[in-house]
Design a protein around this ligand. Structure first.
Ligand code: TYM
Length: 342
C-alpha cells in the first residue's frame, strides 16, 4: 500500500548517460522541469546506467559519462539538499522490481514501443539486445519503486510512461493496491526541441552529425556557430509557425525558453528583422548559457570525491523508499520472506 501517512507528492526522472554530454533538448525538455518541480515535490533524479548498457558501449566511457551526467544534473540546478540524486545501479531494487514487472508485461505491448522500434531499426532487430527490448520495463520499475506521482520528460518518453501506468494498474488489479499510478509531466512548449540542421528531427545525442545538436559541453563559440548555421525556412518573416516554418519556430522556442519570455514577446522583438538577426542574437544567448553551464560542470567534476558523496547520500535516500516498496511487492507476489526478515 502506498504510505498511509500523508506525504509530499513525489517526482522522479532520469536521463541516460549514453553520450559525452547532455544537449539543449535534454535541458529544456527535462532538466528545467526537474529543477522547477523540486520545490513542491519530494524529488528523485538519477543517472540510468543500467539502461545505458542495452546498446553497445565501452565500460570506461560509461564510468566517465556517469560522472559527467551527475555533474550536469547538478549544474542544471538539481539541489542535493532537496532532491535525491543517485546512480541507478546503486539501488538494486530497480532491477529487482523490473523482473517482477516483466511477469505482467505482454510481449505484444512491449513490441509496440516506438523507441525500441526506432533504435533497433538502426542496427537491425536481430542484432538488438534483449535488454533494449525490455528497457521500458526497467523504466517502469524506476518510476514505480518510488511510488512517483509525476514524471517530467520530453514528448519522446510519453509512451513509456503510458506503459508504466498500464503495468501499475494491472499489478494493482491482480495483486491488490500496491503502486501509485504516475502521470507524465510534459511541458508542451519545450517537449520536443529539434535538430538545428534538420528541424523535422528531434535533437538527439545519437544523431549522426552534431552540427545541429548543441551539447552542454560546447564552448560559447561552438554553440553560437551551430545556432548561426541553423537551417531555416523559405521566406523572410519571423513568426511562430511550426508547420510552415519549423526551423524558425525551433529557434523561437529555444529563445523563449532560455529567456523565460513568451514566444509572442520574442516574435514582437524581432518584428521586421531578418532571420540572420534572430540567429545572431540567439547564438550569443546560447553561447553564454553553455559557457557558464560548462564552467559549473567542470568545477563539479574537479571534485569527484564530493560527487561520490552526493551520489551516496542520494542512493541512501532512494533506498529508504525503494526497499519498502520492493518488500511489499514481494509479499503481494507470494514470495516467501526469508526467516528473520520481518
Ligand atoms: P533520454 O536519456 O533519451 O533523455 C533524457 C530526457 O530528455 C528528454 N529529451 C528531449 N526533450 C525535448 N527535446 C529533445 N530533443 C529531447 N531529447 C531528449 C527526454 O524526453 C527525457 O526526458 N528512457 C529515458 C531515461 C529514463 C527515464 C527513466 C526517464 C530511464 N528511466 C524513468 C524518466 C523516468 C530516456 O531514454 O531519456
Amino acid at each position: 500500500m502506498p504510505d498511509a501517512s500523508p506525504r509530499r507528492p513525489r517526482v522522479l526522472s532520469g536521463a541516460q548517460p549514453t553520450a559525452d554530454s547532455y544537449h539543449l533538448g535534454n535541458y529544456f525538455g527535462a532538466f528545467k522541469q526537474w529543477v522547477a518541480l523540486q520545490d513542491d515535490f519530494e524529488a528523485f533524479y538519477f543517472v540510468p546506467d543500467l539502461h545505458a548498457i542495452t546498446v553497445e558501449y565501452d565500460p570506461a566511457l560509461l564510468r566517465e559519462r556517469t560522472y559527467v551526467a551527475a555533474a550536469q544534473m547538478l549544474a542544471a540546478g538539481v539541489d542535493p539538499d532537496r532532491s535525491a540524486l543517485f546512480v541507478q545501479s546503486h539501488v538494486p531494487e530497480h532491477a529487482q522490481l523490473a523482473w517482477v514487472l516483466g511477469g505482467v508485461t505482454g510481449f505484444g505491448e512491449a513490441s509496440r514501443m516506438t523507441q525500441f522500434k526506432d533504435k533497433s531499426a538502426k542496427g537491425g532487430q536481430d542484432s538488438s539486445s534483449v535488454g533494449l527490448f525490455t528497457y521500458p520495463i526497467l523504466m517502469a520499475a524506476d518510476i514505480l519503486v518510488y511510488q512517483a506521482d509525476r514524471v517530467p520528460v520530453g514528448e519522446d518518453q510519453r509512451q513509456h510512461v503510458e506503459l508504466t501506468r498500464n503495468l501499475a494498474q494491472r499489478f494493482n488489479h491482480r495483486f491488490g493496491e500496491t503502486f501509485t499510478v504516475p502521470e507524465a509531466h510534459i511541458v508542451k512548449a519545450t517537449a520536443k526541441i529539434y535538430d538545428l540542421q534538420d528541424p523535422t528531427a528531434k535533437m538527439s545525442g545519437s544523431n549522426a552529425s552534431h552540427a545541429g545538436v548543441v551539447d552542454l559541453t560546447d564552448t560559447a563559440k561552438q554553440a553560437a556557430k551551430k545556432v548561426r548555421s541553423a537551417v531555416t525556412d523559405s521566406g523572410t518573416e519571423i513568426r511562430f509557425d511550426p508547420q510552415e516554418k519549423p526551423g524558425i519556430a525551433n529557434l523561437l522556442t529555444i529563445f523563449s525558453a532560455l529567456t523565460d519570455r513568451p514566444v509572442d514577446d520574442v516574435v514582437a522583438e524581432f518584428e521586421g528583422q531578418q532571420y540572420g538577426h534572430l540567429k545572431v542574437a540567439l547564438g550569443e544567448l546560447v553561447g553564454d548559457f553553455v559557457q557558464s553551464f560548462g564552467d559549473r560542470t567542470r568545477e563539479l567534476l574537479d571534485d569527484k570525491g564530493e560527487l561520490d558523496r552526493v551520489l551516496a547520500q542520494g542512493a541512501e535516500q532512494a533506498r529508504s523508499v525503494a526497499v519498502p516498496t520492493l518488500e511489499l511487492v514481494y509479499e503481494r507476489s507470494g514470495f516467501v520472506a526469508p526467516a528473520g526478515s520481518r
